[in-house]
Ligand binder design. Structure first.
Ligand SMILES: Cc1cc2nc3c(=O)[nH]c(=O)nc-3n(C[C@H](O)[C@H](O)[C@H](O)COP(=O)(O)O)c2cc1C
Ligand SMILES: Nc1ncnc2c1ncn2[C@@H]1O[C@H](COP(=O)(O)OP(=O)(O)OP(=O)(O)O)[C@@H](O)[C@H]1O
Length: 150
């Protein structure tokens, strides 16, 4: 018997700040998309980006740029307080952590387990520069803008 599309679909979630898109972001989202058949992206709210400089661009602008990428099926702004609220809503089969995202695979898997959410946690690959002058970090792009334009 041929399986129905709902039997074969695999939903993947990716997440991050995505402030000023660059090829590293495209690499991450393409890698995450290749882990399933549908890619949803959670955009970190500005007030929750506390481990580095807050994003320059608004929540809505970052969401709209990520949503415009061909590999992305849906992008949404994250929950203000509880990162598991969007996860319950999306019901992903896989959470794809970015190659350098500070979240530990094991602790996310444990937190999902405690909440009765059945979802695999995987780590995406990093992108190496394709040429000498390729900037693969928002922080590096901002530094160059400051050096060259300020
Ligand atoms: C599974 C998962 C779900 C997340 N959901 C949210 C969320 O709902 N709201 C939010 O502001 N941040 C959320 N985050 C946090 C951010 O997406 C991001 O991981 C964090 O700010 C680090 O951003 P960076 O990887 O761009 O440095 C989530 C992170 C993970 C791992
Ligand atoms: N060069 C890269 N290769 C693969 N994935 C990347 C690369 N750069 C960023 N990502 C992934 O994209 C997601 C969002 O990244 P983030 O918004 O923190 O960008 P960033 O360029 O790393 O920012 P910053 O330079 O401010 O640390 C994260 O999961 C991160 O791992």
């Amino acid at each position: 018997m041929t399986p129905s599309p709902s039997d074969t679909s695999t939903t993947v979630v990716a997440q991050g700040t995505f402030d000023i898109l660059h090829p590293g972001h495209v690499h991450y989202l393409s890698d995450a998309a290749s882990m399933g058949t549908e890619l949803h992206v959670i955009i970190a709210r500005r007030e929750n980006v506390t481990h580095k400089e807050p994003p320059v661009l608004s929540n809505e602008q970052r969401r709209d740029m990520v949503a415009a990428l061909e590999v992305v099926d849906e992008a949404r702004i994250g929950h203000p307080e509880d990162i598991f609220v969007p996860i319950r809503d999306i019901e992903p089969d896989v959470i794809a952590l970015g190659y350098d995202q500070h979240h530990e695979e094991d602790s996310i898997a444990e937190a999902l387990d405690e909440r009765g959410i059945d979802c695999e946690v995987r780590r995406a690959s990093g992108r190496e520069p394709n040429h000498d002058d390729e900037l693969l970090s928002t922080g590096d792009i901002i530094d160059r803008v400051c050096d060259q334009r300020c």
